[in-house]
Design a binder for this molecule. Structure first.
Ligand SMILES: [Ca+2]
Ligand SMILES: [Ca+2]
Ligand SMILES: [Ca+2]
Length: 458
């Protein structure tokens, strides 16, 4: 996958960041966590029982978009500062195919953040596979090992107020990726990573990932969680997707993008995961999340329909595909290299969907279409259908973009009365046989008065 941002603005942005990032590439600087609390386990641990189902942990992180916590650099604040879990539990899906649908209430006043504003709040739901772990550590500094059992994330979704959003699955990502930034407000090496995470998130808009700043000296629940989960020792340390990648110290935004890509490549079961966040009034918020096993729609065939038209003429194209779970399906088209449509309104699995487009220049255009199900899973793009856009309308030798009796008269004048030729000549070929003769007159008259077929291109 490549970053598809070619605008001059982006290039300037990259140049500026490269210059900035060079300054970060010096000595690795980290600081040990100052432990001021006791390590503790999960709120609701469930012993693992071997079985055929899926053993998972679902957490809902409540984060403050523009964090109240300032980094060690005056004026630079964290983003997505962790305020607590609205939900944290392990669970089983007896067999893949089971589902979860939960609504929970989170009171911002309980952990002492009753002053958070609804517009500055985001809920992030993270699904972790608890059935298997991988040994991991943050022991790259001074040979001091801090091993932990890494349980990787399989899905993630985030919503701000009055939004619903989904775990993203497409050709480039098997799931949305989640990062935890272990950091502290007193730590001199931490502001750089906080800034680079923010840059990375702003820049890689095509990459589905979210992160939370776990500011361990400001929020005791963040500290307890980071201890219990990661034996968190160095500041800053960023844990990608539950420890699939552990990055100790700061790094540049483009390295963060590369690590997000690697995590997003990991093969995971397909999960539809949605979350929505609502303000109940006062300090109370409602978080609704759902989980189900899911697969994306099948790759659609090339679109069919009007495959020849004229400059400015509408082409109507039709497509349909099926979804393995029978979910409703939306479509989007790439009409031209830089022109991708929005998603259509959902239609039933297997039902036809139509969309139209008008081109502004003659030429051959390869149109492709992609499907997305109700869980946001995207299909592969279809093979292309070639649309040919002519400089003229078929059967319109008069060139006024209308077909009427004057076009029949035009051809008769040209054929028998020394009138001027259609321009281009093919505009007089109403029946598409690559010749202009009396049969084209008949074709137009049949179309106009006898319910015959419209003029066609050769
Ligand atoms: Ca589906
Ligand atoms: Ca005409
Ligand atoms: Ca003809």
């Amino acid at each position: 996958m490549t970053v598809t941002k070619g605008s001059l603005l982006s290039l300037l942005f990259i140049s500026a960041l490269l210059a900035f990032s060079t300054g970060l590439a010096g000595d690795l600087q980290v600081y040990p966590v100052r432990h001021v609390h006791n390590q503790q386990g999960l709120d609701n641990p469930v012993d693992y029982v071997a079985g055929s189902g899926y053993y998972g942990r679902m957490k809902v992180y409540m984060v403050e978009l523009d964090s109240r916590w300032e980094t060690d650099t005056p004026g630079i604040y964290y983003h997505n500062g962790f305020l607590g879990f609205a939900f944290d539990s392990t669970f089983y899906l007896d067999d893949l195919g089971g589902s979860i649908d939960r609504t929970v209430i989170w009171d911002a006043a309980t952990p002492g953040y009753g002053d958070v504003t609804p517009e500055n709040l985001m809920a992030i739901v993270v699904l972790t596979d608890m059935s298997q772990s991988t040994p991991a550590s943050s022991d790259t500094i001074g040979g001091s090992a801090h091993p932990f059992d890494a349980y990787y994330n399989d899905a993630c979704a985030a919503a701000t107020i009055d939004e619903q959003w989904f775990n993203t699955v497409n050709d480039d990502f098997t799931h949305s990726v989640f990062l935890e930034e272990g950091t502290a407000s007193w730590c001199p090496s931490c502001p750089a990573m906080a800034q680079q995470l923010n840059y990375a998130h702003d820049f890689y808009t095509d990459y589905p990932f979210f992160y939370a700043a776990m500011v361990v000296d400001m929020d005791v629940s963040a500290a307890n969680y980071m201890d219990a989960t990661y034996d968190h020792n160095w500041l800053p340390t960023t844990y990608f997707d539950g420890g699939d990648t552990v990055w100790v110290g700061s790094t540049a935004w483009y390295n963060i993008g590369a690590m997000v890509q690697l995590c997003g490549d990991r093969v995971v079961p397909g999960f539809g995961l949605s979350i929505e966040l609502a303000h109940l009034g006062g300090t109370e918020y409602e978080v609704h999340f759902t989980l189900t096993e899911n697969q994306g729609p099948n790759q659609p065939p090339p679109p069919s329909g009007t495959l020849q038209s004229y400059v400015g003429g509408n082409c109507q194209l039709t497509v349909s595909t099926t979804d393995p779970e029978g979910d409703q399906v939306s479509y989007r088209f790439i009409w031209e290299a830089t022109d991708t449509s929005g998603w259509t309104d959902p239609t039933g699995s297997g039902e036809e969907c139509s969309a139209s487009h008008a081109w502004t220049a003659e030429g051959d255009y390869d149109v492709v279409v992609q499907a997305r199900d109700a869980w946001g899973f995207e299909s592969s793009w279809s093979a292309p259908a070639t649309v040919i856009i002519h400089s003229y309308m078929a059967g319109d030798p008069s060139g006024d973009l209308k077909i009427n009796i004057l076009d029949a008269t035009y051809i008769i004048n040209y054929l028998y009365k020394g009138g001027s030729a259609p321009n281009p000549p093919a505009a007089g070929d109403a029946n598409g046989d690559s010749k202009t003769n009396i049969l084209d007159v008949t074709h137009i008259i049949n179309y106009l008065y006898k319910g015959g077929p419209p003029p066609i291109y050769p």
